[in-house]
Design a protein around this ligand. Structure first.
Ligand SMILES: [Zn+2]
Length: 198
């Protein structure tokens, strides 16, 4: 039985990271949310913004919760709450999700993940809704993530391989907009075309 303890410890640790990431996320993801508030998203379509300025590489991601966890309502079961926690932890792992050319020497300095689905427990605690009160409403929710990398040699940022499709198989495409020293560029990333060349 002792052999199982480390796994339990890892699970608790991941849950703690998830809560922590959700807590820091509010400012920048909030700004992104406000911008897209009145536009309904399309399931399967994520938006990604990438900006290089000096030695800083910033990435913002906005994804329908459908693409990340498969549902957009508040988690109702332990399994759904767990799925949200795991997704927040996975999204926080920016170095795994964005494979940058090693020659550029980029290190992840900050990762913030926010989703209204992670606030479910508190919501349930403080407000009691009648059964079925929201049953007829069409619910849409999103995950927002923000990453800041510091790169020792930003001029050597040859390409970034976006690994989100492998981690979240419901993602179909990502509309990428990039602001680079040489100007603005756009590309639609797909599972078979997940690389962006700087
Ligand atoms: Zn939706």
């Amino acid at each position: 039985m002792r052999a199982k303890r480390p796994l339990t410890a890892i699970a608790v640790c991941l849950a703690a990271i998830a809560v922590c990431l959700a807590a820091i996320a509010v400012p920048s993801a909030g700004a992104l949310a406000a911008e897209g508030e009145h536009k309904p998203h399309v399931h399967g379509e994520s938006k990604m913004r990438l900006a290089v300025e000096g030695s800083t590489l910033e990435i913002e991601l906005e994804s329908p919760a459908h693409d990340i966890v498969g549902f957009e309502h508040m988690p109702k079961t332990a399994a759904q709450r767990d799925a949200v926690k795991r997704a927040v932890a996975a999204l926080g792992n920016g170095e795994a999700l964005f494979r940058l050319w090693p020659g550029a020497g980029c290190k992840l300095r900050e990762a913030e993940v926010e989703t209204p689905l992670a606030e479910a427990e508190e919501h349930e605690k403080h407000e009691e809704h009648k059964e079925g009160e929201h049953a007829d409403e069409e619910v849409h929710s999103e995950f927002h993530a923000h990453y800041r990398f510091r790169c020792a040699e930003p001029g050597r940022l040859g390409a970034v391989e976006v690994m989100l499709f492998e981690t979240f198989p419901k993602m179909e495409e990502i509309e990428l907009g990039a602001v680079l020293p040489g100007g603005q560029r756009a590309k639609t990333l797909k599972p078979g075309s997940n690389r962006f060349d700087f």
